[in-house]
Design a protein around this ligand. Structure first.
Ligand SMILES: Cc1cc2nc3c(=O)[nH]c(=O)nc-3n(C[C@H](O)[C@H](O)[C@H](O)COP(=O)(O)OP(=O)(O)OC[C@H]3O[C@@H](n4cnc5c(N)ncnc54)[C@H](O)[C@@H]3O)c2cc1C
Length: 367
């Protein structure tokens, strides 16, 4: 959309024909909504994005708290949302090459040969082709680092009672969490986190579903998730990586939709500016500058992550989360895009020493 709006011709290639399923919780945050408004114009339609304002947090079988009137969150099915986004892109004049597998890729030209023999050349190539990106593989030899990658499993279970809330379970996976997202026609239940500390993610999902009382027969599906493993250099010259292909998933919340939209738009804008300047090879430099604040936030999130997930520290986090409306509020404001990581880091640095001291005193008194 951004490239088309800037007057470029654009070819949209996807191996899938739409509508297609994409494994995803489909939680759309306030941050994503802001991106949607800026990029696509208009607002999230309630037909596709159902608003929610209640969320419950659990850990180790204990309810840490429920929050009413949260900053607005939305739930969607990616099958519907992605078909809608494709319509918007085609409506803006992008050429449609969906349902076409890439047979060969030359990142130097850049030139793409499709399985049906068609050859597409362009000045800029944006690889927004997900976590197993063929473009990233062509650039760097592999799409992600297997030591640092995340993995998630999900089922679409039957719909629960109308009163069911969004639920997050911090203990359902190590260095990750579990989720139950009630939607119109199903309930998405999943667990995800870093892959290395969770060799039995299937067992974790089975346990989580048992804990939730979900015994329905349904297909379990899994997908990698670049959970904090973003590419410091997201491309080369006139070839840019966006979204999961660039590793842009929040290392704490697992949010990827907003970051994919933001980086896709930034890539389109960098492409337009580089072409206008007659220097397509300069696109990466412009793109990296645009992604600077996002990368800075992700680096801070990687720094904060052990406070939430490391086994030695997470009891402190959970106690603080359960007791303090400030901590819960900060988490929700982060989800909503009302606070970014620099602001959150400041809050943590200010409150952590006092919280740790209080916790130490309390545990000492309990002995
Ligand atoms: C289980 C799970 C739950 C998640 N839940 C959430 C959530 O609730 N909220 C949230 O914000 N994020 C969530 N995420 C993260 C989110 O799904 C991703 O970050 C987001 O989809 C990234 O978008 P993308 O466009 O970069 O990649 P994708 O959505 O993966 O899209 C990549 C596209 O590229 C196409 N493609 C791939 N290879 C090729 C090829 N060789 N040739 C042509 N086309 C190709 C694919 O068909 C696909 O359409 C979740 C992820 C997982 C795995």
């Amino acid at each position: 959309m951004t490239a088309r709006r800037a007057g470029l011709s654009a070819a949209l290639i996807d191996k899938a024909a739409f509508p297609r399923d994409k494994l995803c919780g489909g939680l759309v945050t306030g941050r994503a909504r802001t991106q949607y408004r800026q990029i696509f114009g208009g607002d999230l339609s309630p037909d596709l994005f159902q608003p929610h304002d209640r969320i419950a947090f659990h850990a180790g079988g204990t309810r840490l708290g429920a929050v009413q009137n949260t900053p607005r969150l939305y739930l969607t099915m990616r099958r519907d949302m992605d078909a809608h986004l494709l319509d918007l892109a085609l409506g803006s004049g992008a050429s449609n090459f969906t349902g076409q597998r890439i047979a060969h890729l030359d990142v130097d030209s850049p030139r793409v040969t499709l399985a049906n023999g068609a050859v597409l050349t362009g000045q800029i190539l944006i690889g927004a082709d997900g976590v197993t990106s063929i473009v990233a593989r062509a650039l760097f030899g592999r799409a992600f680092d297997p030591e640092r990658i995340g993995f998630a499993l999900e089922v679409e279970a039957p719909s629960g009672p109308a009163t069911e809330t969004i639920r997050i379970d911090f203990d359902a996976a190590k260095w990750g969490y579990g989720w139950r997202f009630p939607k119109l026609r199903s309930t998405t239940i999943g667990v995800g986190g870093l892959q290395a500390p969770n060799p039995d993610m299937k067992g974790r999902l089975a346990q989580y579903r048992t804990d939730l009382g979900d015994g329905a027969e349904c297909a379990v599906k899994g997908h990698f998730l670049p959970f904090g493993d973003f590419k410091r250099v997201p491309g080369r010259g006139a070839v840019l990586l966006a979204g999961d292909a660039a590793g842009l998933v929040d290392p704490i919340t697992g949010e990827g939709i907003a970051l994919a939209w933001q980086s896709g738009a930034a890539a389109g804008d960098a492409a337009a500016r580089a072409i206008a300047a007659g220097k397509p090879q300069g696109a990466l430099r412009l793109y990296r500058r645009a992604l600077g604040p996002l990368h800075r936030g992700l680096r801070m999130a990687v720094w904060l992550r052990p406070l939430i997930f490391a086994p030695r520290l997470n009891p402190l986090f959970r106690r603080a989360f359960g007791r303090s409306s400030v901590v819960k509020g900060a988490y929700l404001r982060l989800l909503a895009g009302e606070v970014e990581y620099p602001g959150l880091c400041l809050l943590v640095l200010r409150r952590l020493p006092r919280a740790a001291l209080r916790d130490l005193r309390r545990r000492h008194a309990e002995r």
